[in-house]
Design a protein around this ligand. Structure first.
Ligand SMILES: [Ca+2]
Ligand SMILES: [Ca+2]
Length: 180
């Protein structure tokens, strides 16, 4: 019984180790850079791959993301943060719930809630500065997974791990290290 359980755990770890190669790492987070979508659809696509829209928590992370966006020729990307519920009260959607915005880098004059309908936040890759805009706009979706809470959904391996790649999976040994 316990042997079977251990084998299952090892398999899950091996799948995560391979699949997460498609993600870009910075500190304790991994990111996947997706196509444009409106805010709600961007969040939905991230959730479908076990992630959430990017939430930036430090100046270092902000600079990293702006740089990665520029490398990909991506102009503006969503942040997983809105003030749609209470105007001016910015909150961010994390895997374990909604929290007050942990960090901000608003562009001068932003957020301005122009025409009283700008309730989603985006980051501009050129400067790393943020603006509030209408949530229906199309922006790149950057999905983020915190490595400390990695949960690769069952559907993910079939999509991103071709059979040839899966043969190089790693097994988590009893010593806590990954082995080929
Ligand atoms: Ca607003
Ligand atoms: Ca604005």
């Amino acid at each position: 019984m316990s042997l079977i359980l251990r084998r299952t755990e090892a398999f899950e770890v091996s799948v995560s180790a391979v699949c997460l190669q498609n993600w870009t790492q910075f500190q304790s987070s991994r990111y996947r850079f997706m196509n444009t979508a409106n805010w709600a659809n961007g969040q939905k696509r991230c959730q479908e791959i076990g992630a959430m829209l990017l939430v930036i928590e430090s100046g270092a992370e902000n600079s990293f993301i702006a740089h990665e966006l520029r490398l990909r020729n991506m102009g503006r990307a969503w942040l997983g943060c809105t003030d749609v519920k209470i105007e001016g009260e910015w909150v961010c959607h994390l895997a374990d719930g909604i929290r007050a915005m942990p960090y901000d880098d608003w562009k001068s004059g932003q957020p301005n809630n122009y025409l009283h309908r700008q309730h989603c936040a985006d980051v501009i890759s050129d400067t790393g500065k943020w603006t509030d805009i209408e949530c229906y706009h199309e922006r790149y979706a950057v999905c983020e997974i915190n490595s400390t809470q990695v949960k690769v959904p069952a559907a993910e391996p079939a999509v991103v791990c071709p059979r040839a790649v899966a043969t190089s999976c790693y097994i988590l040994g009893a010593d806590g290290r990954l082995h080929p």
